[in-house]
Design a binder for this molecule. Sequence first.
Ligand code: TXA
Ligand code: MG
Length: 348
Amino acid sequence: NTQIYKIDSKAVDHQKMEEAAQLIRSGELVAFPTETVYGLGADALNPQASKKIYAAKGRPSDNPLIVHIAKFEDLEDIAKKVPQEAKKLADAFWPGPLTMIVDKNEKVPYETTGGMDTVAIRMPDHPVALELIRQSGCLIAAPSANTSGRPSPTLAEHVAEDLGGRIPMILDGGEVGIGIESTIIDLTEKIPMILRPGYITKEMLEAVIGTVQTDPGIIAADSTKKPKAPGMKYRHYAPKANLMLIDGAKCAVVDKINELTDAMHSEGKKVGIIGTDETVASYRGDMVLSIGAREDEDAIARHLYKLLREFDEADVDVIYSESFATPRIGQAIMNRLLKAAGHQVLTV
Ligand code: TXA
Ligand code: MG
């Protein structure tokens, strides 16, 4: 049975947190909110605890976990050497949605790094996450708290849907702020390399450490290059229904989606549509959801996974989505959406 504790982020209940901390110390799993998505936490330096994460999620064992820390010294404690960029990036963006990859030392078990000699580290910007790390006295390995292959959880209810009954505790801190996973930057490369785009953009990183490259394996659709982050190769973030993106000028997109919807309806299929506040009234799908106002990139990022889950619940057969290559975090949003769509894009 899974305990679900509501925790007020503005007044963290230390007694409930102590129960969670105790579970972490004893090698058990606790799901907790971060500013990006919910994480499924365990003692990062305890190999048996890390193994439980893979079992609960059904995650392939070659897909490494992110180690969550509460102070920069924790990075120094588990890194083989501390790259000079790490300090600068931490000063600029930690706590926050940035994960850094550095060479690991012998303290970090291979169970946590999926057999790799590097380790991914992040200081989350959420009072519940930080308090759990501090109160447990552990570093906390945590992937997103979804079943492997499902969209990442942005609400405690999503965690309960996927992992209820399989983990002892969920800390419910309400809806997360950002809604897509952290940016991952690999500092073991000569030129630091983005392995996963996120809220912290290439431009923001370059303003602090100079030239940064992006892993070519995460951009191309029919990439022959394998992404460097093992997790990026899996069809991930995927809804059950077939999802297709329609890209182009606003009116052409609305027209095309309506045309496709009619064709599906004539086959007796149930259609889901992802539109924006500006367009939802123009569609005639069976379930038409707005991801937010087109100008509001933060809302688009925050609502994406929740919408994909809602379509799963409604059992639609196909989903048509507008495209959201917005100026700032559009790259991160489109990275997730394209993966969810298996790179099916129709340009009109
Ligand atoms: O925002 C986030 O990062 C959330 C919250 C909970 O912190 N966590 C998260 O974890 O997204 P997860 O496990 O769903 O994604 C971790 C990604 C995977 O793609 C994994 O392959 C990559 O990080 N990764 C972890 N360690 C790595 C390493 N040493 N080298 C390359 N990629 C690594
Ligand atoms: Mg994940």
